[in-house]
Each structure stands twice: as structure tokens, then as C-alpha cells.
Write a protein that binds this ligand. Structure first.
Ligand code: CTP
Length: 400
């Protein structure tokens, strides 16, 4: 999986830097081409003389070479790499990465990186536990970086706890698994609906809901990361389209989402219906702003199309459909009813009763329900939930 891959190995100033030489050796043995980038502090722990013969390339540490002024381009490195691995990553470098403090070659390279970034923290247990380190790691994760959890054990301080850089063999395995997953959905086209819909009342007002689109966008990013072509049909959200092969179609109303889905679904292998579609729309849309009056105002509503049910009706034997159900009560039976009524292959249930689940949060707690099983997952970051859902699609629904 690592054969021919271009990897930027970033090394920061931790005692665990000594393990980086072995890590580099393992990566090269697996066939990867590795460019080492060190912070000035890292050079206090291990010298470039050890690392450059192992990688077969001069180590980069400064913005330009002191002897001849040759510029080291962090931008070129960002374009060259298939992955950047920062191991060991100190609390200081993690903090700089989280806040964009680009004061050395490693951080500028990180900020220029187009490829996925893997961070392997190494520090003393109290530094690792500190709320600022944890908040910085969460930030890095929310930017789509992969954190390779440190291990538990004896630390350089003599203390025992969590903070040891993961072992080089395990880091290499993590990368191999990542690249194996990248190929899993290649050749597949996935339709994902996202966000709320806005149903117009008059030129300045609408009926909407609190959906942020975060779960759907995490799913779009995850499917693209695994090699799928994604068609993201999105209601109004404040989110950037994730990296990868994602065609985004912006819509506003449920009718527009319905039209787009009916057009795109026949050429898709999977539909993941994450949008919080408004169930009703006003029968009449005022063409001028409705003015304040003394009387009560009634807006008569009519049901929107059920997009999931419509796709469930035209679904072929080779296509898979996954829906979502956000419930406040009778969660399980409501979700099971929807699974059946809409002819879905699975439904992802989240309950508003669970803290940290549902709209607007960065986290979610879900159960995935099919006709034959129910799997319960703990509270996780939405990116990890997206990984679980895609794993489920591949392993349990046997997308072929
Ligand atoms: N859905 C849809 N079109 C709609 C309503 C819902 O495609 N008009 C999809 C959602 O994207 C979700 C699933 O159907 O995947 C369940 O949505 P939910 O709002 O929970 O279900 P409803 O059928 O609208 O039921 P209710 O709101 O009454 O609970």
C-alpha cells in the first residue's frame, strides 16, 4: 500500500525523535519515497546526518540553504506529498498547527499540504491531558487531520501514563490501512443530501430548521477520501465543500432537492439521505413582504415530496439507500417504521435525548439499523461517525 507513495515525515523536538529514524527506515522498506522535514528543536534530539542517508534525500529544516541560498519550497512539498506524517508531534507543534503559527519549515509545509495529514503526539502525560493540548488536538481533527493516539506506558520523565508516541510499526500499519481504504470506493458514485431546506413564505421569510449539514459534509469527505465520486445535493449551509471528487449542487427548497435527486440517483450506486428536508411548504408564496397586521395570520401548508421514499421506489437491486432519523421519542420504533416505509437498506438513528447528538454539534451518537440488526455506537466526532457509516455500508450492506 505504501509502494511509490510520497510521504513528508515531519519530526519535531521530542525525545521520541529517536524513534523517527526507525519509522523512516520502515517507510522506505515498504517502498515509500520519504522527504524529512525537521523543526530546529528536533535537530537537538537527532541529526540530519542520521536521517538523510535513510531517506536518500537531504533533510529540509530551514526556509533556504545557508550555503547557497537555495529556496526550500513548502508549497512544492505540499503538492508532491501523498501524505504528511508528523511523528513525533510535540504539544508546541500541535499548538502551532492548530493556530497556523507558521514560524518554521515544518508548519509552513503543514499549512501548504494538499494531502492528508497524520499526527502522532508524543509528550508527558500531564501535557497530553492538559485542556489546551486536548482542545488543539480536537481542532486539528476538526480540520480533517488524523490523530494517531499516543500509547500508555513509561515516559521519558520516568512517569507512567498516556503520551508515548505510538510505536513505528503501528504508525506504518495505520498509514497502510488508510491507503487501503482509499481504494475501497473507487468507481462508485454516491449521492448525499445535506443541510436544511428553506420553504419560502414571502421574499424575506422562510420555514427552515437547525440542520448544519456537518454530518452530511463529513460523509461526503469520507466517501471521497475512499475514492468515490460524490454528488452532494446541499441545502443552505455555512460549510466548505470537503476535498476530493465532490460535485456540489446547491438547492434551497425541498422541491429543488427532489428534482436534483431524481435526476442524479439513477447514475449512483448509493444514496445517503442526510438532509433535514422540510415536510411542508406554504401553499401560496407571497410575492411581496407580508406586512404586520392586527389579525392572526395563518399560513396554509401542504406536504413536500418524501425524497427518500421516492428514491426507495425507483431503487434497483444494485443500489443501496441509507436514511437518517432524528427522533425525540419512541426512537427505535419510529426509525424502524421509516426504514420499512421508505424502502431503505439502513437507517442511522440519532436521538435528541442524547447529549452531543443531532443538529449543530460537532459530535453525534448514532445507532445503525437494518432489517436484520441494530448496531449502537458511542458519542464520537462527526468525522468518525462518517467513517463508521461508510464502514457499515461496505462491510454490512456489501456494496458491490
Ligand atoms: N426525508 C426525505 N424527504 C422528506 C423528508 C425526509 O428524503 N421530505 C428523508 C430524510 O433525509 C431522512 C429520512 O427521510 O433520511 C427520515 O427523515 P425524517 O424527517 O426523520 O422523516 P419523516 O418521514 O419526515 O418523518 P417525521 O418528520 O414525521 O418524523
Amino acid at each position: 500500500m505504501l509502494q511509490g507513495k510520497h510521504i513528508v515525515l515531519g519530526i519535531t523536538g521530542s525525545i521520541a525523535a529517536y524513534k523517527a529514524a526507525y519509522l523512516l527506515r520502515l517507510l522506505v522498506k515498504k517502498g515509500a519515497e520519504v522527504q524529512v522535514v525537521m523543526t530546529p528543536a528536533a535537530k537537538e534530539f537527532i541529526t540530519p546526518v542520521t536521517l538523510s542517508p535513510l531517506s536518500g534525500k537531504p533533510v529540509v529544516s530551514e526556509f533556504f540553504a545557508a550555503n547557497d541560498g537555495q529556496w526550500h519550497s513548502h508549497v512544492d512539498l505540499g503538492l508532491w506529498a501523498d501524505a504528511m506524517l508528523i511523528a513525533p508531534a510535540t504539544a508546541a507543534s500541535i499548538g502551532k498547527m492548530a493556530h497556523g503559527v507558521a514560524d518554521n519549515m515544518l508548519i509552513t509545509t503543514y499549512l501548504s499540504m494538499k494531502a492528508p495529514v497524520f499526527v502522532s503526539p508524543a509528550m508527558d502525560l500531564d501535557m497530553y491531558k492538559h485542556p489546551s493540548t486536548q482542545a488543539n488536538l480536537k481542532l486539528l481533527q476538526s480540520y480533517g487531520n488524523h490523530i494517531i493516539e499516543p500509547g500508555f506506558g513509561e515516559l521519558a520523565s520516568g512517569l507512567e501514563g498516556k503520551g508515548r508516541m505510538e510505536e513505528p510499526e503501528a504508525i506504518v500499519e495505520y498509514l497502510e490501512q488508510y491507503f487501503a481504504q482509499v481504494a475501497e470506493m473507487s468507481g462508485k458514485r454516491v449521492l448525499i443530501t445535506a443541510g436544511p431546506t428553506y420553504e419560502k413564505i414571502d421574499p424575506v421569510r422562510f420555514i427552515g430548521n437547525y440542520s448544519s449539514g456537518k454530518m452530511a459534509y463529513a460523509l461526503a469527505g469520507e466517501c471521497a477520501r475512499r475514492g468515490a465520486e460524490v454528488c452532494l445535493i446541499s441545502g443552505p449551509v455555512q460549510l466548505e465543500t470537503p476535498a476530493g471528487n465532490i460535485q456540489r449542487i446547491d438547492i434551497e427548497s425541498a422541491d429543488e432537492m427532489y428534482e436534483a435527486c431524481m435526476k442524479e440517483f439513477p447514475t449512483c450506486d448509493v444514496g445517503i439521505l442526510c438532509a433535514a428536508v422540510a415536510d411542508f411548504k406554504p401553499i401560496c408564496v407571497a410575492d411581496q413582504k407580508i406586512k404586520r397586521g392586527a389579525e392572526d395570520l395563518c399560513i396554509q401548508l401542504t406536504p413536500n415530496q418524501d425524497i427518500a421514499a421516492a428514491l426507495g421506489r425507483i431503487k434497483t437491486a444494485d443500489q443501496k439507500l441509507i436514511g437518517f432519523a432524528l427522533e425525540t421519542h419512541n426512537e427505535m420504533s419510529n426509525a424502524q417504521n421509516k426504514l420499512q416505509k421508505k424502502n431503505l437498506d439502513a437507517i442511522v438513528l440519532n436521538s435528541l435525548q442524547d447529549k452531543g447528538a443531532g443538529f449543530r454539534h460537532d459530535t453525534n451518537k448514532v445507532s445503525i439499523i437494518s432489517a436484520t440488526e441494530t448496531l449502537d455506537y458511542p458519542l464520537k466526532h462527526k468525522q468518525e461517525v462518517a467513517r463508521d457509516i461508510v464502514d457499515y455500508l461496505l462491510n454490512n450492506l456489501h456494496l458491490n
